[in-house]
Design a binder for this molecule. Structure first.
Ligand code: 6R9
Length: 589
């Protein structure tokens, strides 16, 4: 948070000549032809008409994303291409997904799941994960997707807080689900299980084989639950952002205008459904539009990534700056091996896209990635660059039509161009989270500045109304595009027997945006050493998640805290950068 007493820093207008523009030909054939006209005139009500529920009053995302396509001209259209480059190479039509998600829905019903219940998914990126999420939606239950890299503590926090009653998982991952600590969790549905199973375990394959091909969706209202995504803040454990069915209105229209998806698209969203991008734009957006999606399993591999574009003739690619930078550092020889000429549009999300990475992607593909700014809590893209609109390279973009995002001071007053402030959004856009699960106080914190939704990011606007993201105002870390809360990492660190205290910050990193750095004070009797650093980092990897483990550890005598016991991460950041620590009058003795 920008301190209310300090005068707001101003960001000098860059020399006009120093700003490079991405210019668009007037003739470009985009779904959104005239951003400025749309911004003046667009009304979300017109989008509601795209959904059957606007006529029937019967709401369920699975009807709009799958069943209505399966009942019409898209019945045999491929909805999902999947490969893991290790033996699985599959395709599912909309009709196939109707059958599969029906069967999965029936399996869940037989396991006792009811409308409104939370159901975890804890699976690698496979078709079963997509089928499970929509199977859960079909019966009006609420999916809680868990990223496959989560270890026991992360799994316990999320399944515990959401009180999930069932979790769809695999034999390999189930050992990370601490059933004894999760009283609400009654049943595990195991994908790929063979042999004996415990009484509370169901074989996915067996149960699917016995299930009927059709289960009518549970009819809901637009206010009923769609999904809960857990995400991190600067304090406390992860929090569950609950979205409602109405979010589909936002997913649909942003997929149309920002991702520019059209009917003949071969669309590749590289995000995992464990994170919000992987569901809003890996499932709900593209499939409500009836688009063909590509999903690949397995680990990140530059060669495979470019191969995927060639193999499926991908036309639209939605990925993240860290991925672009990793591809860049793997060298230009790799993309040169593949035919990338099918691509016609590229977007980026999760962290700021630096001009160097943007230009590299453009050199390789002929296309500049377009920024999309949004958050788990916003459910949909809110500030974007558009395929038909010129933009200054390096900016975050302009508010999506029908939304209002701006930059304000601590009183909620909009600041003049080039003055740094809080990036805020006027509440009321279609995909805004409905609540923070079990935590109304946390939800209210988002609206602390006179009725604005406060993103926690800082930004400025330029004289043309483009918004330029500048950083986080709080201690939330974005590492390789993944959002990590320092408190979760600190809690994992202090569980190690050698660690007395720990403070965690995001340290700037050329490839990953930020890396996690931990300052650790050891307990009496432990000596600082390189092997101990590794042991502590590995401990976080195995208890919390690999991406949440510190890549750097510094041993300190004491972690700086305020007299009320809050870790002074500002001081840690100054230590890290070798800068003066500033005012430490509130520091404990
Ligand atoms: C979708 C997603 C949200 C935070 C957000 C901001 C950062 C996202 C960005 C961006 C600069 C962009 N962020 N998109 N920063 N430019 N285009 O990433 O959600 O994981 O909740 O993270 O990510 O800091 O506040 P989530």
């Amino acid at each position: 948070m920008i301190s209310p007493s300090s005068s707001l820093p101003s960001v000098p207008p860059q020399e006009a000549a120093a700003i490079e523009w991405e210019r668009k030909p007037k003739t470009i054939d985009a779904n959104l032809k005239d951003y400025d006209a749309a911004y003046r005139e667009f009304n979300w009500k017109t989008v509601e008409r795209e959904f059957d529920w606007s006529r029937t009053g019967k709401v369920n995302i699975v009807h709009e994303a799958i069943d209505r396509h399966a009942a019409g001209a898209r019945r045999d259209k491929v909805a999902l291409h999947y490969t893991d480059y290790a033996g699985r190479d599959e395709r599912y039509t909309f009709q196939d997904l109707k059958v599969q998600t029906s069967r999965c829905a029936s399996v869940l019903q037989r396991a006792g799941v009811k409308k409104g219940d939370r159901v975890g998914t804890f699976l690698p990126r496979t078709p079963e994960l997509y089928i499970a999420i929509l199977g859960i939606n079909r019966i009006g239950a609420i999916p809680v997707p868990l990223f496959e890299a989560f270890m026991e503590q992360a799994v316990e926090d999320r399944l515990g807080d959401s009180e999930a009653v069932v979790c769809v998982t695999s034999p390999a991952l189930k050992s990370r689900i601490p059933l004894a600590k999760l009283p609400a969790l009654k049943t595990l549905i195991l994908v790929g299980a063979s042999g004996a199973r415990a009484a509370n375990e169901i074989s996915y394959e067996q149960a699917m084989a016995e299930a009927p091909n059709w289960v009518e969706p549970e009819w809901l209202t637009v206010d009923d639950g769609l999904i809960i995504h857990y995400t991190s803040g600067s304090t406390g454990k992860s929090k569950g952002a609950l979205h409602r069915q109405y979010a589909m209105v936002g997913h649909y229209q942003t997929s149309k205008w920002a991702l520019d998806l059209r009917d003949d698209e071969i669309y590749w969203c590289t995000a995992d459904p464990g994170w919000v991008t992987g569901t809003s734009y890996g499932i709900y957006g593209p499939w409500t539009l009836g688009i063909t999606s590509v999903v690949i399993g397995g680990r990140f591999d530059p060669d495979r990534w470019f191969q995927t574009i060639e193999k499926y003739k991908v036309t639209m690619w939605y990925s993240a700056p860290t991925a672009y930078r990793m591809l860049m550092s793997a060298g230009e020889a790799i993309p040169k091996k593949y035919n990338l000429s099918s691509l016609r549009h590229i977007c980026s999300v999760g962290e700021p896209l630096n001009p160097e990475a943007l230009k590299w992607v453009k050199r390789i593909t002929g296309l500049a990635p377009h920024e999309t700014w949004w958050m788990t809590e916003t459910g949909m893209q809110l500030i974007c660059n558009y395929r038909s609109k010129d933009f200054p390279i390096g900016c975050t973009g302009k508010p999506f039509p029908g939304t209002y995002a701006t930059v304000v001071d601590e009183q909620g007053k909009e600041v003049p161009p080039h003055v740094l402030g809080n990036l805020v959004v006027k509440p009321g856009w279609p995909s805004m989270m409905k609540e923070i699960w079990n935590n109304p106080a946390k939800y209210q914190e988002y609206f602390r500045i006179s009725g604005w939704y406060v993103s926690g990011d800082t930004a400025y606007k330029d004289e043309h109304g483009y918004i330029w993201y500048q950083g986080r105002a709080d201690d939330v870390i974005k590492t390789a595009g993944e959002r990590v809360g320092p408190f979760e990492v600190e809690s994992a660190l202090v569980a190690h027997p050698a660690v007395a205290e720990a403070g965690v910050i995001g340290k700037p990193d050329e490839v990953r945006g930020q890396i996690i750095k931990a300052f650790v004070a050891l307990r009496k009797g432990f000596q600082p050493s390189e092997p101990l650093k590794k042991e502590i980092a590995d401990f976080v990897k195995t208890t919390l998640a690999a991406h949440a483990a510190p890549r750097e550890i510094a041993f300190v005598d004491k972690v700086p805290k305020t007299r009320s016991g809050k870790i002074m991460r500002r001081v840690l950041r100054a230590w890290d950068q070798g800068l003066p620590v500033g005012d430490i009058s509130t520091m404990e003795e």
